[in-house]
Ligand binder design. Structure first.
Ligand SMILES: CC(C)(COP(=O)(O)OP(=O)(O)OC[C@H]1O[C@@H](n2cnc3c(N)ncnc32)[C@H](O)[C@@H]1OP(=O)(O)O)[C@@H](O)C(=O)NCCC(=O)NCCS
Length: 182
């Protein structure tokens, strides 16, 4: 199985003129040198972020990409684990100030196209049932719901007795997308 090490794509220059600081332009492989930045974004974006060790493991075993503008500003990243001809999307995150501008959708479409060209057959992922932006992103990219993993994630849940948030669990929706042409 081929492993795509870089995915380069350039959007039109006229688009860049309008908003040079957040227009997604290309994807490159995540490097060790990105990890301070990645961790800062991760800690800001998630209640239960990955640790540095988690990202180091992913750099050792997975496919990890950073989404950038033409002037090399980093907009977000994704981490995936290939297993035979399948790919598990483990993490995708966009810098909060650039969320909702289409970065994830454009970048992940390029990633999916590249995985298909590399002969991977299926991409799957888990997503919190409460994560509306992510659910919308994945359905827009052609992922379909394929099951539920009960109590899969740690979550903050409201406890009536103590009138406070306590650590509990949340279900994951399992989603799949075929990369095979019909
Ligand atoms: C989920 C996430 C990656 C989406 O990235 P993004 O660049 O903001 O998404 P896009 O701008 O490409 O939008 C993709 C779709 O989600 C929708 N969307 C984006 N933000 C949304 C929001 N806050 N509420 C509802 N829908 C939203 C968009 O309308 C778009 O839907 P469409 O294709 O029907 O138009 C981003 O919100 C994020 O980094 N969240 C924190 C980390 C996280 O939860 N990652 C997912 C783990 S499974």
């Amino acid at each position: 199985m081929k492993i795509p090490q870089s995915i380069t794509t350039l959007e039109s220059k006229s688009e860049l003129k309008n908003n040079v600081n957040c227009t997604f332009s290309y994807i490159r492989v995540m490097q060790e040198a990105d990890l301070d930045w990645v961790l800062a974004v991760e800690n800001n974006a998630y209640d239960f972020p990955w640790s540095r060790q988690g990202f180091e493991n992913s750099l050792d075993q997975g496919l990890n990409y950073v989404f950038c503008t033409l002037d090399h500003t980093r907009l977000g990243y994704c981490c995936m684990l290939p297993v035979l001809d399948e790919v598990d999307v483990l993490n995708i995150c966009i810098v909060p100030q650039f969320q909702g501008t289409g970065v994830a959708k454009q970048a992940m479409q390029k990633v999916l196209d590249s995985l298909a060209l590399a002969d991977y057959k299926v991409v799957f992922l888990e997503v919190r049932e409460s994560n509306e932006p992510a659910l919308k992103l994945y359905s827009g990219l052609g992922f379909n719901k394929n099951g539920v993993r009960h109590n899969y994630y740690k979550a903050w849940v409201w406890d009536e007795d103590v009138c406070d948030l306590i650590e509990g669990k949340e279900d994951a929706i399992l989603m799949l997308r075929s990369l095979q042409r019909v």
